[in-house]
Design a binder for this molecule. Structure first.
Ligand code: CA
Ligand code: CA
Ligand code: CA
Length: 632
């Protein structure tokens, strides 16, 4: 089928002038940093991968790590995510995302297949590397065992992907395997697909992990690095929960340890050196997604590492130059049996929108033009453009789902589009608060009849007794990302907690609220769960507050998915208690009063310029909201 016949006629009509008139720009293209590597690209994402055919590639070579899908560097929008020095480095030619099977470091971790059956001088199978010869001692991943047969690796390279096939001619006392790996880049993510087949005559159990040498733009690992898990983990060794004292404003000042536990996260409080490996265990019966998020507040970079099958455990190895959450996957294969599994790394840089396939910081007609040029293309087709495969499915085909994902971001700059609703609160009379977008007006309840609540300079005055604004029928489903922003000013220094807004049904356990608490801090509350920002807002000055829901697992939002901002600054969480977030079926919003008077008091002060977005705004976008609506 010819390329043109795949493009719907209407697109040709609509876009021909665009295609002719506008070029596409792309992000700065870095040169390969290491010798003997190739670059895979998609939009603003560049991944550097070792080329097994090149004798120049020295990184992650040897008897531990595999040349299969040997990722050395990940750069999104010019920001680096991996520890990967060009020469030497603290780890001496280790870096990136090296893959190893059977490190056998702890008693509970398997040794390579065949090692413990043989005697001194017998062969064993080091999957990903080849057949090695054992000695008289126990297996040690750091020993240099003689090589009986190195595995042979053949690679097929494309611009956005590489496929590795690794084979062995012989076997190690009946142990043998066939290994394939595929590295695919897709705008904001790296997908690593694996196939492992037992080609020997004996069953084996093996354990695969990647040494995820995460490092954010070359910064040290220390304060403001956080690792989060979507489950209530246990650890070995124990990680001390953080207990804030009254005057402390950040974690660093509070903790004696290098790291502390905050709900289901581990936060580093100091530069990490000489830290023992932390083992993370899921609760028994956990069936949710297998993933770990690592973020660095200073660079506003975040990576989510997910696996398609459950990990047995996660080991966190940290030095001051990298942090590596290692998800260990245990695989047991009978002779002839094979298994497929994958690992996905999703990268995030503040202000970068995955739908911006041209990398020019705006989602607009240029991106639509590029998408239409790649319409219905698949990998291998002429005109295939991986940067346009932007729907969450990332299904290797450019179609309506990608167009819909692009349309959602249309004309948005740096992730900030129009709000779903915007109550400017600029009225002077009446009992309605208009929605600037025209859809969700608020109804004023129990305000004075003389319009004195409407302030001349803008803003709505709440009396702290019963004044409230009700908004019904909001369109966001439970767990959908969202951001609420507002300017607030308290009438006096609060002695009780004061509700800024309440979301959800007026039924216990079916709503959450944002309040200024008795320590004068911004507090998010849902049932027994809460998260408290460190910066004080209860001081009778104007403050801009924002709460963003950014679920790690969209179907199961939790308190730890809440991001709080005060005066456009992302807040260190001062205190947190984890809890699943329940919203109820009715999406309603009440400004200025709680649903349950026993839990919090009505708001006594002024609220101005309240906005609702149907996305988790980035810090850069919240800064823009703040700057757009500075009160008087
Ligand atoms: Ca663009
Ligand atoms: Ca697609
Ligand atoms: Ca009143």
């Amino acid at each position: 089928m010819g390329a043109m016949s795949r493009v719907p006629f209407i697109w040709i009509m609509l876009l021909a002038p665009v295609c002719l008139g506008l070029g596409t720009s792309s992000a700065a293209e870095p040169l390969p940093a290491h010798a003997g590597t190739r670059l895979l690209r998609s939009g603003a994402l560049v991944i550097e991968v070792g080329d097994p055919a090149s004798p120049e590639c020295r990184w992650n070579k040897g008897l531990r790590f595999s040349p299969v899908a040997n990722v050395l560097r990940a750069q999104l929008h010019g920001q680096e995510f991996l520890y990967s020095p060009v020469t030497g480095g603290a780890l001496t030619y280790l870096g990136g995302l090296p893959m190893e099977f059977d490190i056998g470091q702890e008693a509970f971790q398997p040794d390579p297949p065949g090692y413990n059956e043989g005697a001194n001088g017998d062969p064993f199978l080091k999957i990903g590397v080849g057949i090695l010869r054992r000695d008289a001692g126990a297996y040690s991943f750091s020993k240099s065992y003689p090589v009986v047969e190195p595995a042979r690796t053949i690679v097929t390279w494309q611009t956005d992907r590489a496929h590795f096939v690794q084979t062995l001619g012989g076997h190690a006392n009946g142990y043998c395997c066939h290994l394939e790996g595929e590295a695919i880049v897709k705008n904001d993510r790296l997908i690593l697909n694996y196939l492992l087949r037992n080609t020997g005559s004996k069953p084996f159990t093996t354990e695969q992990y990647l040494h995820n040498f995460l490092c954010f733009s070359g910064k040290s690992v220390g304060p403001n690095v956080r690792l989060s898990f979507p489950y209530d983990f246990t650890t070995n060794p124990a990680v001390t929960p953080w207990q804030p004292s009254g005057r402390v404003r950040d974690l660093r000042a509070a903790a004696a340890a290098v790291y502390v536990r905050v709900a289901n996260s581990i936060e580093f409080t100091d530069r990490a050196s000489g830290v023992p490996k932390i083992w993370i265990y899921k609760p028994h019966g956990y069936t949710g997604p297998e993933l770990c998020a690592v973020e660095h507040a200073d660079t506003q970079q975040r990576v989510i590492a997910a696996t398609s099958i459950p990990a047995a455990y996660v080991g966190i190895w940290t030095t001051d130059y990298q942090v590596s959450p290692e998800q260990f996957l245990l695989l047991t294969l009978a002779p002839g049996e094979e298994t497929r599994f994958s690992r996905t790394f999703i990268f995030r840089v503040d202000g970068f929108v995955p739908q911006d396939s041209t990398g020019d910081n705006v989602v607009d007609v240029r991106d639509l033009s590029r998408l239409s040029s790649a319409w219905l293309r698949q990998p291998g087709d002429v005109g295939w453009e991986p940067a346009c495969d932007v729907s969450a499915a990332g299904d290797d085909r450019i179609d309506l789902r990608d167009l819909a994902a692009l349309a959602r971001q249309w004309s948005q700059n740096a992730g900030l589009g129009l709000p779903v609703a915007h109550w400017k609160l600029q009225e002077t009379t009446g009992s309605m608060a208009a929605d600037e977008r025209g859809r969700y007006p608020g109804v004023l309840r129990d305000f004075p009849a003389d319009n004195s609540q409407w302030l001349p300079g803008g803003g709505l005055r709440f009396d702290g007794i019963d004044d409230r604004v009700e908004i019904r029928g909001l369109p966001l489903g439970s767990g959908h990302p969202r951001t609420l922003t507002a300017w607030i000013r308290l009438h006096s220094i609060p002695t009780t907690s004061q509700t800024v807004l309440a979301w959800g049904e007026p039924v216990p356990g079916r709503h959450w609220r944002l309040e200024v608490d008795t320590t004068r801090r911004l507090r998010f509350v849902c049932g027994t769960g809460y998260a408290v920002a460190s910066r004080v807002v209860g001081d009778t000055h104007w403050h801009h507050v924002a709460v963003a829901l950014d679920p790690l697992v969209p179907s199961r939002p939790r308190v730890s998915d809440i991001r709080l901002y005060v005066d456009a600054r992302p807040q260190t969480v001062y205190e947190m208690n984890e809890q699943n977030l329940v919203f109820g079926d009715v999406e309603s919003l009440q400004i200025g009063a709680p649903h349950d008077p026993a839990t919090s008091q009505p708001f006594n002060g002024i609220v101005d310029d309240l906005r609702l977005y149907d996305a988790a705004l980035s810090p850069a976008a919240i800064r823009r909201v703040h700057d757009e609506a500075l009160p008087r």
